[in-house]
Design a protein around this ligand. Sequence first.
Ligand code: 13P
Ligand code: 13P
Ligand code: MG
Ligand code: MG
Length: 373
Amino acid sequence: MKTTVTIIKADVGSLAGHSFVPRPLLEVAERRLSEAVETGLINSFYVFNAGDDLELLMTHFKGESSEEVHRLAWETFKAAAEKAGRLKLYGAGQDLLSDAFSGNVRGLGPGVAEMEFEERRSDPVVVFAADKTEPAAFNYLLYRVFADPFNTAGLVIDPKMAMGFEFEVLDAIENKTVTLKTPEESYSLLALIGTTERYMISRVWRSEDHEIAASSSTTKLSLIAGKYVGKDDPVCLVRAQAGFPALGEILAPLLHSYLVAGWMRGSHWGPLMPVGLKDSRCTLFDGPPRIVALGIQVADGKIASDDEGRPLIADLLGDPAFDQARWEALELASHLRRMGEFEPARLGPSAMEYTTLPQVLKRLEARFKQPSS
Ligand code: 13P
Ligand code: 13P
Ligand code: MG
Ligand code: MG
């Protein structure tokens, strides 16, 4: 039987602004998902937060886009948003853009990444979740992991990876996808995914056998809502080892910080900062944008757990090996913030269209006159 790993996330309210998800909301989610394990809907789960985003990691046998599993996530978010409302937390229900569930959370606000696969003898998976940025923030990371032999030695050394990988790329404006194969089409792939405002990697497969290797969320809240409602803080699942990139190759791109769109009011370029779960909160200028990574083993349809049934979670980016990237992120943050509201610290005009900036510019419209010659 195939196992499905699903992560669904939403910002349903946070503490003192857009900083982090407080314990009472995590507890609402833990209760709901424990009940779903008891009824057999899902097999196991882990609830955590990436900054102000509530993350529901689940394993089950219902396949991708399962109405039952998506409904469970939706109802869990609704319950947590109600709790946030009662506590008067900030932005209660922020990412729940619709009142009615219609079979799948896609298009309703929450972000989703899912992978269904036949389990190998041992199946390690890395779960990435980031706050104050957008799905295209993973373009750089996924390219390095699956297409760059200077990052991933396995592309050169492991015969199972020698044929490369296939990347599905979503054009968020046209809502179309294209699949490109590396190494043959790596330049064309870069031509697309370097434009992070428009193109995002949604899936990666191993070329040799079309086995799923990675899956990333691709929500564009602004395109759903037609206005700024928070950034589409993304999630991504990556399979590791034995014919896929090693755990350390999946984490190696985070030796250095890099710039992503998001940060304050979803309107600025900011350095991505790898952090452990205890530092998964956004503070400085509502950031810097942060990424956490959890290592899990998928075993017999479940997240491998201890004798008490607690899932075994490796909090990968809390390691001192990422201290340098954290310092780089602060250096970059300090340079960028000196620039205030001047581009390129602030995003360009097309990305700003979905923020509140156009309302401010509209007020000035009537005052523009032809220049006197
Ligand atoms: P409000 O304070 O008006 O909600 O907006 C600022 C903000 O935090 C959006 O990021
Ligand atoms: P979130 O998308 O994480 O809610 O952040 C909103 C924001 O505008 C922060 O400044
Ligand atoms: Mg928020
Ligand atoms: Mg967020």
